[in-house]
Design a protein around this ligand. Structure first.
Ligand code: ZN
Ligand code: ZN
Length: 774
């Protein structure tokens, strides 16, 4: 995942990109053509905040940070193809955001509607969600943020909700289980039914959505959202209208989660569609217009929230489901709702059916009789992309008094973000105050018109940036489709778990839209996803305010880039959080020194040495190759790879005096190759010492010889009560408990011990196992 150019690299970046770099180098050595790119998620709020504080233009601030972070990455030795570098704030990039937006607009996937925004009355400006701290403005800590309704642009991600959910099944093999589960929950599919309740007086129906139509005989009220379209027809009395307005305002001020639940009886009734009884109609501030139909049936006996509401307002509680092995509860004395599935009671012809069966049959019945149908709802909402900010992609729309909203013609893209804009922190978008930008002629009628002043959410940039790496300089299209077909989907995407929901859902959505536009053929952006852990110190995340930040520059200066990289890979498995430990950094520094000295000392070794020492050194070498190769090919537990390289070097020092010229040469060469993905500078230096030319990582990864890697095995006789029954093979030095277990599991031994009591086990390591049974 591309970084945000916030200023300097932190240790989290070093770790993240060291993981990717080790993998990229390994894959090169395995003979793959690897595209290992880097870019900058360069639009966003911090640049604007810096402008507001320090008076520095966002562009200048951003590019200074990019230069800084790029040079740090280069110093750390990340093998990145800088020819493909992109910055999302460059017009060459963001013009394609605008192009995609227009394509979506043409297909009804981008639309405009009124939505609530955070507004600080003190600043007189719209606030981003991250500028709202404990419900107050970030600059006015005691001023509560208000919600104001304004026209916003949305992308219709809900149109893809079903596919985004279903396709998670295919991602299960390559994406972390946790991310898949979080996405499933976020998309939030509920299977249920929509049912109409006919009003007594008006010729209207109230449509509700429920996941539990099996409980519908227990419905004792209908509750509408205060903004429901029928409220104005049901309530005409002044005082009640005032109360409803108060409800809406309170929710707008505090957000729906925080307000106390209140209800208001309208005095009107509807008819129950199944049994025809009278059902009172209420208005409740906790019913959301945006979810389902904006109206619910209250079934207090079988729903927590409805139970609470109905007890407060003395609405009857009518149980209609009992546990399969239990009795039906008494409504009047019920202490808490019964939430489980069970058997229907007091439900007319449906009584006696189990809940699951009733759900199917009752929604089919509703459909057959024209008062409802089975229905699926999703929790995921359309993606609001309007931001009242300067430092983002201008939304390519022009408002004409005669023609309405008109998209900017394709050949006029990009709509350039003007420079030298004063960021005041006032008003809606800073662009509103730039007449040269705002005033245009309508592309359709030529009359005077105004541009959209909002810019796009920066998650738009990150939804498709990785495609641009494949064709970064294309000025005729976002990319060449055939080039994408060659590279995509991404074989390995690496980034933090914090992006499990937004970025990783938006980029999947964008991929599906691009596929439907005929631009690409892949259905998903990334086949494999890896989420690395965080870098902590003293158990908590590194942060300036806690004063526990380790500066990568300082580390590189003191220990060198290789040590710094090696340590972040060694300290923990890459998916786990790691706790920074300075003494362990020094351990890695010493290890690299040992590698360096060993190779430089032994590269030109002569003579035959001691055959036993050479054989043992080569055995350890090939075992280590096997281990490190397995780590790369499976879970990337580089911590154990590096530990086994350390073990190898320790053993090589023991055998050093007896090494033959040939063994020394092989050991030096393959050790250097194995170190290369983790510590490329050291490896490259040693590669030169070995007399080789060119980049070390262009040399094939060493393969291991299973024969050489084999342990010398001891042939150990196994006796039962002193009689020889079998032999077992085990590496020299196998511990007693293991030899005992091995002996007991032998097929030739089992008949003599099964069903008997083992009184005593005598083990002479490498020599004998004797089992005494009776
Ligand atoms: Zn404020
Ligand atoms: Zn016009």
């Amino acid at each position: 995942m591309l970084p945000y150019p916030s200023g300097k690299l932190h240790m989290g970046h070093v770790r993240n990109y060291a993981i990717g770099d080790a993998l990229a180098r390994y894959m090169w050595m395995r003979g793959y053509n690897v595209l290992h790119p880097m870019g900058w998620d360069a639009f966003g709020l911090p640049a604007e905040n810096a402008a507001l504080k320090a008076g520095r233009p966002p562009r200048e601030w951003t590019f200074a940070n990019i230069a800084q972070m790029k040079s740090q990455m280069q110093r750390l030795g990340f093998a990145i193809d800088w020819n493909r570098e992109i910055a999302t704030c460059e017009p060459e990039f963001y013009r394609w955001n605008q192009w995609f937006f227009i394509k979506m607009y043409e297909r009804g996937l981008a639309y405009r509607k009124e939505a609530l925004l955070n507004w600080c009355p003190e600043c007189g400006t719209v606030l981003a969600n991250e500028q709202v701290v404990n419900g107050c403005c970030w600059r006015h800590e005691t001023t509560p943020v208000e919600q104001r309704a304004m026209q916003q642009w949305f992308l219709r991600i809900t149109q893809y909700a079903g596919e985004l959910l279903d396709a998670l099944n295919d991602l299960e093999s390559g994406w972390p289980e946790r991310v898949v589960a979080m996405q499933r929950n976020w998309i939030g599919r509920s299977e249920g039914a929509e049912v109409d309740f006919r009003l007594e007086e008006l010729d209207e129906v109230i449509r509700i959505f429920t996941t539990r139509i099996d409980t519908i005989y227990g419905a004792t009220a209908l509750i509408l959202a205060p903004e429901h379209r029928l409220v104005s027809e049901l309530v005409t009395e002044g005082e009640a209208l005032l109360k409803i307005k108060e409800m809406i305002d309170a929710t707008a001020r505090q957000g729906p989660g925080d307000v106390e639940k209140v209800g208001l009886f309208t005095g009107k009734y509807a008819r129950h569609p199944f049994h025809g009884g009278r059902i009172p109609i209420w208005i409740g501030n906790f019913v959301l217009l945006g979810y389902g139909t904006g109206a619910i049936m209250a079934v207090p006996a079988h729903d927590e929230r409805d139970f609470e509401f109905c007890r407060t307002y003395c609405v009857p509680v009518v149980p209609v489901i009992r546990a399969a092995d239990g009795e039906l509860a008494e409504g009047a004395t019920m202490r808490e709702p019964f939430l489980d599935y069970g058997i229907l009671e007091n439900s007319g012809e449906w009584s006696g059916l189990p809940s699951a069966e009733a759900r199917q049959k009752m929604s089919a019945f509703a459909k057959a009789h024209g008062f409802g149908e089975p229905s699926i709802t999703f929790r995921i909402k359309d993606w609001g992309i309007s931001r009242q900010r300067y430092w983002g992609t201008p939304i390519p729309i022009i408002y004409c008094p005669r023609c309405g909203a008109v998209p900017v013609p394709e050949n006029e893209l990009p709509v350039l973000l003007p420079e030298k804009v004063k960021i005041t922190g006032k008003g809606r978008s800073p662009l509103e105050a730039v007449p040269e930008f705002m005033n245009v002629s309508c592309p359709r009628c030529g009359g005077a018109a105004k541009r959209e002043s909002d810019t796009m959410d920066t998650f738009v940039d990150s939804s498709w940036y990785f495609y641009r790496y494949c064709d970064p300089h294309n000025d005729r299209a976002p990319f060449d489709s055939q080039t994408i077909a060659h590279w995509f989907p991404i074989d390995q995407y690496i980034g933090g778990i914090t992006h499990a929901i937004l970025h990783l859902i938006y980029s999947r959505f964008w991929t599906k839209v691009m596929r439907d536009l005929g631009l690409i053929t892949n259905n998903e952006p990334a086949r494999n996803l890896f989420t690395q852990g965080m870098v902590l110190m003293g158990g908590s995340a590194m942060s300036k305010s806690k004063g526990n930040v380790v500066d990568p520059d300082e580390m590189v200066q003191r220990y060198g880039a290789d040590t710094c990289r090696l340590y972040t890979l060694f300290a923990a498995p890459p998916e786990k959080d790691m706790d920074w430990n300075e003494s362990s950094v020094e351990g890695q520094y010493r290890f690299l020194g040992r590698v360096y000295r060993f190779v430089t000392r032994n590269v030109d070794r002569a003579g035959d040495g001691d055959p036993r020492a050479s054989r043992q050194a080569l055995r350890k070498l090939h075992q280590t190759i096997r281990k490190v190769t397995n780590d790369f090919d499976s879970r990337w537990h580089f911590n154990t790879s590096i530990a086994s390289l350390m073990e190898l070097v320790n053993e090589l020092y023991q055998h050093e005096p007896g090494l033959s010229a040939a063994a020394a040469r092989e050991v030096c060469e393959k050790l250097t190759l194995m170190v290369a993905p983790f510590a490329p500078y050291t490896a490259q230096d040693l590669w030169g010492e070995l007399g080789a030319h060119g980049p070390v990582f262009r040399h094939p990864w060493p393969s291991f010889d299973p024969e050489l890697a084999k342990e010398d095995l001891a042939e150990i006789p196994v006796q039962v009560n002193g009689k020889l029954r079998a032999h077992l093979q085990a590496p020299f030095g196998t511990p007693k408990v293991e030899l005992q277990a091995l002996a007991l599991s032998l097929e030739k031994v089992r008949p003599f011990v099964d069903g008997k009591q083992i009184v005593k086990v005598v083990v002479v390591p490498d020599k004998l196992v004797n089992l005494v049974v009776k």
